[in-house]
Design a protein around this ligand. Structure first.
Ligand SMILES: [Zn+2]
Length: 611
C-alpha cells in the first residue's frame, strides 16, 4: 500500500514538475522573442528541389488562348509587353502571333483570343473571320483602345457600340464597378492621364464594368454577347505593369467560369529596421515633437507602428542594416552597439514579425562593373569576395542577435542588386531563400515578377512604399489585388527625415495616410491573409507551380489543380450561376461575381444554382 502511495505521490509530483517546466519553457519563449503561435502549414517554404518554375509548368499547358499582336503597332506593343506575364500568372496556355510577320491563323481549337491591336486594318478580311468565330461561341478580348477605321466599323455593332468618333477621350479617373473588381465602386485617379480612350457611345446590349468618373462618363471596360460567344473590350488606352489587374479582371469576363491561382497575402516590410539610428535631418521631428531622432523613433514612431499593425492584425518583416558606414574596402567588423537591435528586434518578433537581411551596410551588392552614374550615393565593392565577406558578417550578426525564427529574406539596399550579387546570394547563401526588391523597372533597380527563379530563390517584388501613397501607388495596389490578390508594402523609418518621401508633411499626416491605405486594403479585401515575408514566399512557390482546369457539367464546376501541395488560393469568376455548395475547399465572396477559393484538395467541386 505504502509503496503504491509513494508511486502515486511521485506521479503527482511529476505532474507538477511537468506543468512547471512547461510554464518555464513558455516564459523563456516569450522572453526570447518567439511568439508561441499555431503551426501554419501551407505558409512555409517548399524545398528548392520540389518547386517548379512557372515557365516549367506553362510547357505542360495546351495553348487555349491566341495572343494577337502587331509589332508595327505601338499600342499593341504595350499590351503585348504585359499579356505574356498576365497569361502566365493566370496559367492560361497561349500561342502568340505577330501579324507584321504572319497572317492570323485559324481560330478553331482556341477558347479565347486576346487582340492587342489598336488598328485592326492589319487583320484585313480576317476581321470577319474573327467575328464569325465569336458568333459560333468564341471569346475575344480587345485590349487596346481601337482606332476608327473601315475595319473597326465592321465590328462596331457586334462590340455593342452605338456610335463612335475619330477622337479619343481623356482618362483622368477610372471607376470600376463594385461587381467587377476588388476595391471597385470607388474612383481612382490616373497619373498623367491623357486622351487615351476611344470616344464611343454604347448600346443597351453592352454591360459596362468601368467608366471614367467625369460628366460624360467614357466606357472603359464592357462586355457584349454576340451569337454564342462574347466580346470584352478594355478601352483604357494604356496597358502597363501598374494596370495589369484591369486586364486580368477583363479577361475573366470572357468564359462562363474563370479561375486563376493567386498569392492571397498582405505583407508589410520595414526596411532598415532594426538598424542604428538613421542619419538625416530631424528638423521636422524637432518642429513637431521637440525630440531627437532617436527619441522620436523609440517613443512615438514605433509605438504608433505597433498599434497600426495590431489594429489591422498584421506583423512586420524587418530587414537589418548592421551599420551605416560606407566602407566597402576594409574587413567587415561586427556591430558592437546592439541595444537598439535587441530592443526593436525583440519587440518586432514578439508581435509575430520576422527579421530578414538588408545589408552589412547600405552599399548595394555591386562591384566596379556597376556605374551609379552619380544617381546613387554609394560605393561599389572591390570584388565578389568582399561582397561575400560583408554578407557573411551580416548573416552571422542577425543569427547571433536573434537565434530563433526565420531569417531567409534579403532586401537589396535601395532595391539595387547587380547580376554578380544576385548570383552570389543563390550560390553561397543557402539560408537566403527570398529576394524582396521592387516590381518596377527603374534605373538600376533589381526588378522582379512574382515567381521562383531557376536557382530556387523566390522573387518577391514589393510595389507600394512609404506613407505618402500617391495616385500611382493606389492604382497599382488596386491592380495587384485583382491580378495576384496581394499587397506588398515597404517603408523606411527614415521616410520621416527625407523631404522627397514626405517628411515636411509631418508624422501625424503621414500616419493618417498610411492608416487610410490600410483601411482601404482591409475593407476591399478583409479576408486577405496577413503574412510575413517568408510566409508570402511560401505562397509565391505554391502559386508559381499551380495549374488549374475547370470543367462544367450538370450545374457543377469541377476544378483540377495541378502541382497542388497542401493548400492553394485562387480567384474564381462565376459569370453564370451562383455557388450553392463547395467540396474540397472554402469559397469566400469578394465582389458580385468574384470569389476567393481556398482549396484544401487538388479537386474542388462547386455546385451552382442558376438565378
Ligand atoms: Zn534601406
Amino acid at each position: 500500500m505504502r509503496a503504491r502511495w509513494q508511486r502515486l505521490r511521485c506521479k503527482g509530483l511529476l505532474g507538477v514538475w511537468a506543468v512547471f517546466l512547461l510554464m518555464a519553457a513558455m516564459l523563456f519563449a516569450e522572453r526570447s522573442g518567439i511568439r508561441t503561435r499555431l503551426e501554419r502549414p501551407g505558409r512555409s517554404y517548399l524545398t528548392r528541389e520540389t518547386t517548379l518554375t512557372a515557365a516549367q509548368v506553362m510547357e505542360e499547358l495546351p495553348a487555349t488562348c491566341l495572343l494577337v499582336c502587331n509589332s508595327q503597332d505601338e499600342a499593341s506593343l504595350d499590351a503585348a509587353g504585359q499579356f505574356p506575364q498576365i497569361l502566365t500568372d493566370m496559367k492560361v496556355g497561349y500561342a502568340q502571333v505577330d501579324l507584321a510577320e504572319e497572317p492570323l491563323p485559324a481560330l478553331e481549337g482556341y477558347h479565347t483570343v486576346v487582340v492587342t491591336l489598336s488598328d485592326l486594318s492589319v487583320l484585313g478580311e480576317n476581321v470577319l473571320a474573327l467575328a464569325d468565330w465569336v458568333e459560333q461561341g468564341g471569346r475575344a478580348l480587345f485590349a487596346s483602345a481601337l482606332q476608327k477605321t473601315t475595319c473597326s466599323m465592321l465590328l462596331e455593332q457586334k462590340l455593342g457600340i452605338l456610335s463612335s468618333d475619330y477622337g479619343y477621350s481623356r482618362v483622368d479617373t477610372v471607376r470600376p464597378s463594385g461587381d467587377f473588381m476588388i476595391g471597385g465602386g470607388k474612383t481612382y485617379a490616373v497619373t498623367d492621364g491623357f486622351d487615351s480612350a476611344w470616344t464611343v457611345e454604347l448600346s443597351d446590349r453592352a454591360e459596362v464594368f468601368a467608366v471614367t468618373d467625369s460628366d460624360r462618363a467614357t466606357p472603359l471596360v464592357w462586355r457584349t454577347a454576340c451569337g454564342e460567344g462574347t466580346f470584352v473590350v478594355v478601352n483604357l488606352g494604356f496597358c502597363e505593369k501598374s494596370t495589369r489587374g484591369f486586364y486580368a479582371a477583363a479577361y475573366s469576363l470572357l468564359e462562363p467560369v474563370c479561375v486563376w491561382p493567386v498569392l492571397d497575402g498582405a505583407t508589410f516590410y520595414l526596411d532598415d529596421f532594426p538598424s542604428p539610428v538613421p542619419g538625416g535631418d530631424g528638423v521636422y521631428l524637432r518642429r513637431d515633437y521637440g525630440t531627437t531622432v532617436s527619441e522620436f523613433y523609440t517613443n512615438i514612431w514605433w509605438p504608433d507602428m505597433l498599434a497600426l499593425a495590431e489594429r489591422y492584425g498584421f506583423a512586420y518583416t524587418g530587414a537589418v542594416i548592421e551599420n551605416y558606414g560606407d566602407d566597402t574596402l576594409s574587413e567587415p567588423e561586427p556591430q558592437l552597439d546592439v541595444s537598439r537591435f535587441q530592443y526593436f528586434g525583440n519587440m518586432l518578433l514578439r508581435a509575430g514579425g520576422e527579421i530578414g537581411y538588408h545589408g552589412y551596410n547600405h552599399q548595394p551588392l555591386c562591384t566596379g562593373t556597376t556605374d551609379y552614374r552619380g544617381e546613387l550615393p554609394y560605393n561599389t565593392w572591390p570584388d565578389e569576395a568582399a561582397m561575400a565577406a560583408a554578407m557573411k558578417e551580416l548573416t552571422a550578426f542577425v543569427g547571433g542577435q536573434f537565434p530563433e525564427g526565420e531569417h531567409s529574406v534579403y532586401v537589396p539596399p535601395s532595391n539595387v542588386l547587380s547580376a554578380e550579387g544576385r548570383r552570389l546570394l543563390g550560390q553561397q547563401f543557402p539560408g537566403i531563400r527570398t529576394i524582396a526588391s521592387t516590381y518596377f523597372v527603374d534605373g538600376l533597380a533589381y526588378w522582379q515578377e512574382f515567381g521562383v527563379a531557376e536557382d530556387g530563390i523566390v522573387e518577391q517584388p514589393r510595389f507600394t512604399s512609404g506613407a505618402v501613397l500617391d495616385d500611382y501607388m493606389k492604382m497599382t495596389a488596386l491592380s495587384e489585388l485583382n491580378m495576384h490578390f496581394v499587397s506588398n508594402h515597404f517603408m523606411h523609418p527614415d521616410d520621416l527625415l527625407d523631404e522627397d518621401r514626405g517628411a515636411a508633411l509631418g508624422w501625424e499626416e503621414l500616419k493618417r495616410r498610411l492608416t487610410g491605405y490600410m483601411d482601404w486594403l482591409y475593407t476591399a479585401a478583409p479576408c486577405i491573409r496577413r503574412l510575413t515575408g517568408s510566409e508570402l514566399s511560401g505562397a509565391v512557390q505554391r502559386f508559381s507551380q499551380l495549374t488549374v482546369s475547370a470543367e462544367t457539367e450538370n450545374d457543377a464546376v469541377t476544378l483540377r489543380l495541378g502541382h497542388f501541395v497542401d493548400e492553394a488560393s485562387l480567384l474564381v469568376r462565376l459569370n453564370e450561376g451562383r455557388p450553392a455548395e463547395v467540396q474540397g475547399g472554402e469559397l469566400i465572396p469578394l465582389t458580385g461575381t468574384l470569389y476567393l477559393l481556398r482549396a484544401e484538395q487538388p479537386a474542388v467541386t462547386i455546385t451552382l444554382e442558376n438565378d
